[in-house]
Ligand binder design. Structure first.
Ligand SMILES: Cc1ncc(COP(=O)(O)O)c(C=O)c1O
Length: 390
């Protein structure tokens, strides 16, 4: 079997398109907050594979559910009913804000956003979607056209028509473009890739009010903030977001603990406009993904991970005060941006040399942490000590 870093690197580079800058690690096994390499080294994973490992790597409850389901039925589409799908939909709706009563399952974050925008267009009969500078919504045609971050719209050219831009946190900039052509306002409530940026709590309330006044659908892209990451099940409905509940939430990333799955949660107003064949996808709602969704949500409850996120976030913030190079800490829960006075690249590399995986962002000064929701205080201590050395 091929195991060495060099051999595997060479083969991947020969046979895979070079679309990502990779760390020099061959990930072979994962357990909780740890990744083990083919060389037997252990890395503390504060990035969770792009925010996917919410329940930690290979949570036993999730692994068991996937294994058991795989022995019964790997897949059947939405042309049949399924107990596994029924349980996942019921469980997901049960943890959502009360007004979000129905789920649509798909396979990724970009697909969830495409469907969210489509539903808003169905519900209003309007075409335009307002999104924000700094927001990231995915790489398929409509989602990338809604992404006013860096060069993404450029990559996605020719862009889909029907997209308008406003400034995150600036309600006046939204008012200016929110006319009767606008179907939806869509936002990442915490802009992750932009450097973990949050708006003032009043901004979310004002957006909700504006949408209600002008008949516009409010969509939260909770692909990163959802499923417990902020210490609440969702940013929607949370005190941090001024208890604002949107009409649609889009989800993906950690929803299946690593099994690809996306979802939209919608309210009755939206649901009433969706008819047979308006939306669809072959793999959405497949049994393996659905077993993973239910088990993921159960694991978060069983291990009291929401409480853990809040508790360990406070501890981490307290300990980070010891590191004077960290000039501020943005975000909430386990979606945190550590801002340095200078580029965070050297810090990222220095931590990696000490076997700690973190993330960068499109703001060069911001180091991003998106650890599993089961991160413990002793691992925070290890991180802070390594940061000090770096
Ligand atoms: C906020 C947000 N929305 C959408 C997406 C797209 O998700 P996916 O890569 O699953 O298509 C991402 C991915 O990073 C994201 O962070």
């Amino acid at each position: 079997m091929t195991t060495s870093l060099q051999e595997i690197t060479e083969i991947e580079e020969q046979y895979q398109l070079a679309t990502y800058k990779k760390m020099p690690i061959v990930a072979e096994r994962g357990e909780g907050v740890w990744i083990y390499t083919s060389g037997g080294e252990r890395y503390l994973d504060l990035y969770g594979g792009h925010a996917v490992a919410g329940t930690g790597h290979c949570h036993p409850h999730v692994v068991k559910a996937i294994r058991e389901q795989s022995e019964k039925l790997l897949f059947y589409s939405n042309l049949v009913y399924s107990g596994t799908r029924a349980r996942a939909a019921e469980k997901l709706v049960s943890v959502a804000p009360d007004s979000l009563t129905k789920a649509f399952f798909c396979n990724s974050g970009t697909e969830a956003n495409e469907n969210a925008m489509r539903m808003a267009r169905f519900a209003t009969g309007r075409e335009n979607i307002i999104t924000f500078g700094g927001g990231f919504h995915g790489r398929t045609a409509d989602a990338i056209s809604a992404t006013f971050l860096g060069k993404y719209r450029e990559i996605g050219k020719p862009n889909v028509p029907g997209h308008l831009k406003a400034e995150f946190g600036d309600i006046e900039s939204v008012r200016l473009v929110a006319d009767e052509s606008v179907a939806a306002i869509m936002l990442e409530p915490i802009q992750s890739m932009a450097g973990v940026k949050m708006a003032e709590p009043t901004f979310y309330r004002e957006l909700r009010r504006l949408c209600d006044e002008r008949g516009i659908i409010l969509i939260y892209d909770e692909v990163q903030t959802g499923v417990g990451r902020t210490g609440d099940w969702f940013f929607a409905g949370s005190a941090a977001g001024n208890c604002v509940v949107p009409d649609i939430i889009s989800l993906a990333k950690s929803l299946g603990s690593g099994v690809p799955v996306g979802a939209c949660l919608v309210n009755e107003r939206i649901a009433s406009h969706i008819k047979e064949n308006d939306l669809g996808t072959t793999f959405g709602g497949g049994m393996i993904a659905m077993a993973a969704v239910t088990a993921t949500l159960e694991a978060i409850e069983i291990d009291r991970m929401l409480e853990n996120v809040r508790d360990v976030e406070s501890y981490l913030r307290e300990r980070l005060k010891e590191i004077e190079q960290v000039v501020s800490v943005h975000g909430r829960g386990f979606l945190l941006g550590l801002e340095f006075a200078e580029s965070a690249k050297a810090v990222h590399e220095g931590l990696l040399a000490q076997r700690i995986i973190t993330g960068t962002s499109s703001d060069a000064k911001v180091l991003r942490l998106l650890p599993p929701l089961c991160l413990q205080k002793e691992q925070v201590d290890l991180f802070v000590e390594s940061l000090r050395k770096t």
